[in-house]
Design a protein around this ligand. Structure first.
Ligand code: NAD
Length: 480
């Protein structure tokens, strides 16, 4: 079994504590995948020190040179698509086709973000006084912490690391402890692309390593993707020392179906967006809000599409949905499902684990559909992060929009309709960072991505908004 290391100041290094932990394949939990550093305070401190030492030289490097290194990385990423996808599936569980798609998407985002190094432009202003030139420039924040979850172990880090580096920052990367192998692989590619020592540092370990990172005054920017609970905690810590944050948090994304003639098409889109990655996506459609008169047919169409899902080991070619990522995630999902079964909702399909002994056979949960879920139910309001889709029936559009806005979250929302009036009302009224009409919640590799309410804070990631996340604005007055 391979023993992996942290990457600090351009070297693969043994953690100070010499402590390691093992990771497991969620499709076969007895299979150990590797040993990874359980970084403690001293390791995080060393990573921050290296990032700080490298900061000025990297920030001063001509932007085209930074962009060239990052473009090389995006090409290396695209070239290693199959090898890296296999690692994602082994440690995260998702179907191999999804993992291949994730790496391709990360490479596309990286190539766009690399170019942002060349688009770090400011503005010029006419002066109200004669003899002045007035303009703004964008400057790096300094040392940025990139803290990522387990559900997209490649896209999520790349979405932070590449734009942060393009903008001239150095980075300390703390991946989820469930998916460190992808992080090691990504770091190897960044090293190969030619990053100078200290520009990117990898500290693998538990949440306490992340806590150390966000608490250090030398870290002047924090880009975090993860749960809302941890995000709020990070926001509080960061604000106490005015560090800049970009927080990408949870969601409870509605699919609203109103005045819709293509219920089969809508159901196909909803099922794909709800069950990809076993529902463990921040933008997963995780509640259906449908007008009463369409509900019976829609539920039947959802069921028909769900029957096509093939649950199994993600490495097997026929698999379209893998296991849940961990025992803990499995227990969370089964607790919500039990709540649904014991409550007033009607279970349409699923509701069970697919194996008798998950610790040996994998954390496989059946795709699950509940109908007649009330708007007050936890199933309709809380982020389950699993293959569970509740259907909430409403009398009209007014009630649909009201329910859509009634959770704490505001990440993504979809509307399925052929009624143009409703389209405009939906776009205007739904409090959500991203809205989609007549398709699921798929985003694109160069378009801003983010949420409002408890789903996010700070500038959106992906696309041109990353410059706002990873730079400070400086205003300049020059008297001739
Ligand atoms: P999590 O919040 O438990 O952990 C995320 C990361 O934060 C991990 O690396 C973890 O070790 C670290 N961490 C935990 N406590 C910390 C602390 N006190 N200080 C610093 N770092 C700490 O989330 P998770 O379970 O890994 O991921 C699932 C969550 O991520 C879901 O809520 C999901 O919606 C969210 N997510 C959001 C987006 C988005 O773009 N909005 C994308 C993917 C996932």
């Amino acid at each position: 079994m391979e023993q992996h290391q942290n990457y600090i100041d351009g070297q693969w290094v043994v953690p100070e504590s010499k402590k390691y932990y093992q990771t497991h394949n969620p499709a076969s939990p007895q299979q150990v995948l590797g040993k990874f550093p359980a970084s403690a305070a001293a390791d995080v401190d060393a990573a921050i020190a290296a990032a700080e030492a490298a900061r000025d030289a990297w920030g001063d490097m001509p932007a085209p040179q930074r962009a060239a290194i990052l473009l090389r990385f995006s090409q290396l990423l695209a070239d290693s698509r199959n090898e890296l996808a296999r690692i994602i599936t082994l440690e995260q569980g998702k179907a191999l086709s999804e993992s291949v798609g994730e790496v391709a998407r990360a490479a596309a985002e990286a190539s766009f973000a690399a170019g942002e190094a060349l688009r770090l432009s400011g503005q010029t202003f006419p002066s109200e006084r004669p003899g002045f030139t007035c303009y703004t420039v964008l400057e790096p924040l300094g040392v940025v912490a990139a803290i990522t979850p387990w559900n997209f172990p490649v896209v999520s880090p790349v979405r932070k690391i590449v734009p942060a580096l393009a903008c001239g920052n150095t980075v300390v990367f703390k991946p989820s402890s469930l998916t460190p192998w992808s992080a090691v692989y990504l770091t190897t590619l960044l090293d190969k692309a030619g990053l100078p020592p200290g520009v990117l540092n990898l500290a693998i370990g538990p949440s306490s390593a992340g806590e150390r990172l966000i608490s250090d005054v030398r870290v002047t920017g924090i880009s975090f993707t993860g749960s809302t609970t941890v995000g709020i905690h990070i926001y509080e810590r960061a604000s106490s020392r005015m560090a800049k944050v970009q927080l990408e948090l949870g969601g409870k994304n509605p699919a609203i179906v109103l005045d819709c003639q293509d219920l089969d098409g809508a159901a196909g889109e909803i099922v794909a967006a709800a069950f990809l990655c076993s529902g463990q996506r921040c933008t997963a459609l995780s509640r259906v809000i449908v007008q009463d008169s369409l509900a019976d047919v829609l539920v039947q169409r959802l069921l028909a599409h769900m029957k096509k899902i093939r649950v199994g080991n993600g490495l097997e070619p026929e698999t379209t949905m893998g296991p849940l990522v961990s025992r803990q995630q499995m227990e969370t999902v089964t607790a919500y499902v039990r709540m649904g079964i014991e409550g007033e909702a009607k279970l349409i399909t699923g509701g069970n684990l697919l194996v008798d002994d998950p610790e040996n056979q994998g954390y496989f949960h059946a795709p699950t559909l509940f109908d007649h879920v009330t708007s007050e139910s936890p199933l309709a309001n809380e982020e389950i992060f699993g293959p569970v889709l509740p259907v909430i029936r409403v009398s009209d559009a007014e009630q649909a929009f009201q329910f859509a806005n009634s959770t704490r979250y505001g990440l993504a929302a979809s509307l399925f309709t052929q009624n143009s009036q409703l389209v405009h009302e939906f776009i205007k009224r739904v409090k959500s960072g991203m809205v989609h009409v007549n398709h699921g919640t798929a985003s694109q590799a160069h378009i801003p991505f983010g949420g409002v309410k408890d789903s996010g804070q700070g500038a959106y990631s992906i696309g041109p908004t990353v410059k706002e996340a990873f730079t400070n604005l400086k205003t300049v007055y020059v008297r001739w």
